[in-house]
Ligand binder design. Sequence first.
Ligand code: HPA
Length: 401
Amino acid sequence: MKELLEAARRARERAYAPYSGFAVGAALRTASGRLYAGCNVENAAYPEGLCAEAAAIAAMVAAGEREILEMAILGSGAEPCAPCGGCRQKIAEFADAETRIHMAGTEETVVTATLGELLPHRFALRDAGRENAPPEAAAVVRARAPGWNGGVALLLGSGLGGIAAALEEAVAIPYAELPGFPEPTVPGHAGELVLGRLAGVPLLCLRGRVHLYEGRGAAAVLPMIRSLRELGCTLLIVTNAAGSLRCDLGPGALVLVRDHLNMQGTNPLLGLRGETGPPFLDLSALYDAGAGDRMLEAAAEAGIPLATGIYLATLGPCFETPAEIRAFRVLGADVVGMSLVPEAIAARACGLRLVALSVVTNLAAGLAPAPLSHEETLAAGEAAGEGLLALLRAALPRLAG
Ligand code: HPA
């Protein structure tokens, strides 16, 4: 919040408000983690001016982004400055009801409200009859790969991005060109969408994901997953690096996730009130049993060991304590990691079938002889990549059929 308020303060210094004398600065943070700021601009036809919030939003849109995660508004009066009605609606176009808006003036006091509190009954794209308008990212992909439709999507976890190099007839599109896609900040996540074929099956690979521990909010996964739906994908395979709670599943082991325990304390659908899928989503068969069985059959036929297990998701960025790992075993977890769950829920909300594969990179805290490190996770992920690639080659023709 401090960074946002500071950006709004700098913008307020540049405001052009000679008629009202009331300078306003606004700053917003997007799903990619970038900040955009704006100030109010008046003219002789005052009060027909440009609000600071609208200026910040325009800067964001012009930079190719569409998702506001948090916003700050700073007026030049003593009282905290709240956005006008028109700006509330403009913010609502790019934010959800839980998005926090910090409002301040020249005094220390900062008032924070959610957009839902400021605008309980907003218009949505739906009201304009355009809820099926394709998101920009899907349009960019279509332009780069005309005729691409559907197929299987594969999200590659930490250290597993190299699998995309095995794709034939590959077309790579950097996430930076795809509005709403995350700009990865974690080593091991390249930030690239690669279209191609693996084992003859059209495959859309996502090299890089956003993690909750990056602090962008769980909803940051939504644009990417929604784009998959817009592109006609029906099945998403999510891979991830994980720690193992079972001594019989050491580094390199592959685990088909049959269910999860969400210990992340959040959910990508928070505050959406059914805007993406039904308001109370049934997760009783989140991981597609049929597709999972086909994966197991393919593994058995190809002689690739593939265990099944329950994935427990933590918020991160710390690895777990040995006491937590002991407790997670009691809860029924087999593997633990800091990803998967937000994308899994988003995929279900978007109507995608889901398969999840964990690659064990280490024994979990307290079970391993050495301290845990991200470098170890990456190195073990890369080493296990071969096995995962072999499994995908064996399974994809069955899954796509
Ligand atoms: N814990 C959490 N996340 C992980 C681990 C772990 O041990 N290994 C790889 N990702």
